[in-house]
Design a protein. Structure first.
Length: 131
């Protein structure tokens, strides 16, 4: 676990330094969004108690909120909010995880695929604006 934390810290520092150097600080917001959703997906293996389920819910909410913040900071285009299609899926999965009892881990593949769909829809939403 310590090795993973060191690697995450190194990549975050490199991302911050690169963003400052390149003048693209705003790109850190979608990085935080997708990163926190990926962290919530990895956390699905360890959902044995209410504390880890709380952090799973927190990371999911942070991810959705960060992408919404980024979409609101851009020039308004409805396509930027295409990722919101996945919000009901995340809510459904969070409800299932909290009600699952002993085996919330079985939702890991569903959550991982939902994060992938969220990332793809976010990318499509921002690329459609450029076309």
């Amino acid at each position: 676990i310590a090795t993973v934390l060191v690697i995450i810290i190194i990549f975050v520092l490199l991302a911050i330094l690169t963003a400052k150097k390149a003048g693209i600080k705003m790109l850190l917001i979608p990085v935080v969004s997708i990163g926190s959703l990926c962290l919530a997906a990895v956390n699905c293996d360890y959902l044995s108690d209410s504390r880890t389920r709380f952090f799973h819910t927190l990371w999911t909410c942070v991810g959705i909120a960060a992408m919404t913040l980024y979409a609101c900071m851009r020039i308004f285009d409805p396509a930027h909010f295409l990722y919101l299609v996945m919000v009901p899926v995340f809510v459904w999965l969070l409800v299932k995880v909290w009600r699952a009892g002993d085996t919330p881990e079985r939702y890991e593949i569903h959550f991982s695929l939902s994060v992938l769909a969220f990332a793809i829809l976010s990318g499509i939403g921002f690329l459609v604006y450029l076309i």
